[in-house]
Design a protein around this ligand. Structure first.
Ligand SMILES: *Cc1c(COP(=O)(O)O)cnc(C)c1O
Length: 413
């Protein structure tokens, strides 16, 4: 067979695809655990993990086996019939995360759309909000996906410019600002408060201590549903099963996606109480592939792998080691100003403006040295390796990062 080279693959995407991403110029063809290989056979540490979808590592053998077995048996029934997997999958989610009910969708955006629809319907039918007046409150710098409704709450001009008109019924408050939040929640038409517990895409912004707990208290006081998007932060990524666990909050709804299916197959879910879930009646919401047996089987195994291999605990321990070493690195160079994060969701802050290309150039240097990471903005690099990474491997990766940063600084000087 003819060898397929990077340049040809890149040319094909450029010619026939959409230009809606700016990939690093590396063409991957194989993955295993923390590693991926390009078509020329070069090996890299994956420090993006497909935006935290591959927490269990690439091509995890247990998930692979279950996927093959289920794919040979039954893949899709639609929800017109029951399947032998859906109830088990829903029970697994409810037991593991401590909720009464679950609804399965496919992408994170769809999970969030589902949560919005639940909150609005709950607002009209349980809270007594006048029809079509429900408000959902989001926070600045949020990221919840790419649908026209979801971007209506975005404050990022890149995500919104020329995509209007936008969906009404949303209000935006500054992040970490409890006063502004309390003011807006006093509007009796507010059905839900919707936020990420740590803002991943924005650049790994952490809430001030106590913010989430106070926000939850305010939601209870004003009879507003607290909807927490754990699509990126959930499933062990931050060193707890949910990032919400850091403040011991129990949101009225959580939205999960990405790593709940270990990178094999798109599965998302909304978990909530019976009171909220029961606002959905037959025909009112759905998805052809949502909750299909293949997705359910893959998800159940991916969650078992997370528990059996203690990946959450590993993320907690290695995250501390990572941030400690990176903050020492920040002391050694003027190029970096800090590191922040929880567990293995971390960001290195580059001493340059948001519209600079410095973070991208550092990522090129990292790539040359065998480590793949992407900037979230011109001056923030996110580091999120698969949670199966070992201490020895992460030590090696920190050497790569340190060398790349110091070399880059020398070359610039
Ligand atoms: C990635 C992400 C989404 C969107 O998930 P998709 O599967 O890409 O639709 C939603 N919310 C958060 C917090 C995310 O990180």
């Amino acid at each position: 067979m003819m060898k397929f080279y990077s340049q040809e693959a890149i040319k094909l995407e450029k010619k026939y695809g959409a230009n809606n991403y700016a990939p690093l110029p590396v063409v991957l063809e194989r993955g295993n655990g923390v590693y991926v290989w390009d078509v020329e056979g070069r090996r890299y540490y994956d420090f993006l993990s497909a935006y935290s979808a591959v927490n269990q590592g690439h091509v995890h053998p247990r998930i692979l086996n279950v996927m093959i077995k289920q794919a040979s048996n039954l893949t899709l029934t639609s929800r017109a019939f029951y399947s032998d997997k859906l109830g088990l999958a829903e029970k697994k989610l409810c037991d593991l995360f401590g909720y009464e009910r679950a609804i399965l969708m496919n992408t994170g955006a769809e999970g969030n759309e589902t949560a919005i629809k639940l909150a609005r319907k709950w607002g009209y039918e349980k809270k007594g909000i006048p029809i079509n007046e429900a408000v959902i409150v989001g926070v600045e710098k949020n990221f919840h996906g790419r649908t026209t409704t979801i971007i209506s709450v975005s404050t990022d001009p890149v995500a919104t410019t020329n995509f209007g008109p936008f969906m009404p019924g949303f209000e935006i408050v500054p992040y970490n600002d409890l006063e502004a939040l309390e003011e807006v929640l006093q509007n009796p038409n507010v059905a839900g408060l919707w936020m990420e517990p740590i803002q991943g895409e924005a650049g790994v912004y952490l809430p001030e201590e106590g913010y989430l707990r106070k926000a939850q208290e305010l939601c209870h006081r004003y009879n507003v549903l607290f909807m927490v998007d754990e699509v990126q932060t959930g499933v062990g990524r931050t060193g707890k099963l949910l990032a919400s666990d850091y403040e011991e909050i129990k949101p009225d709804m959580i939205i999960l996606g990405k790593a709940i299916s270990g990178g094999f197959y798109p599965v998302s879910a909304v978990l909530t109480s019976s009171e909220v879930m029961d606002v959905f009646q037959p025909g009112q919401h759905g998805s052809t592939y949502g909750g299909n047996p293949l997705g359910c089987a893959v998800m159940m195994e991916a969650l078992d792998v997370l528990i059996d291999e203690k990946l959450t605990e590993n993320a907690y321990v290695l995250g501390k080691i990572f941030r400690e070493r990176m903050s020492q690195l920040c002391d050694k160079t003027d190029l970096l100003i800090g590191v922040r994060g929880k567990g293995l969701l971390n960001a290195l802050l580059v001493n340059d403006s948001e519209d600079s290309s410095t973070a991208t150039l550092i990522c090129y240097e990292l790539m040359k040295n065998g480590l793949l990471a992407k900037p979230t903005h011109g001056n923030i690099i996110r580091f999120a390796p698969p949670l199966v990474i070992t201490e020895k491997q992460i030590e090696k990766c920190m050497d790569i990062i340190e060398d790349a940063v110091l070399n880059f600084e020398l070359a610039e000087a």
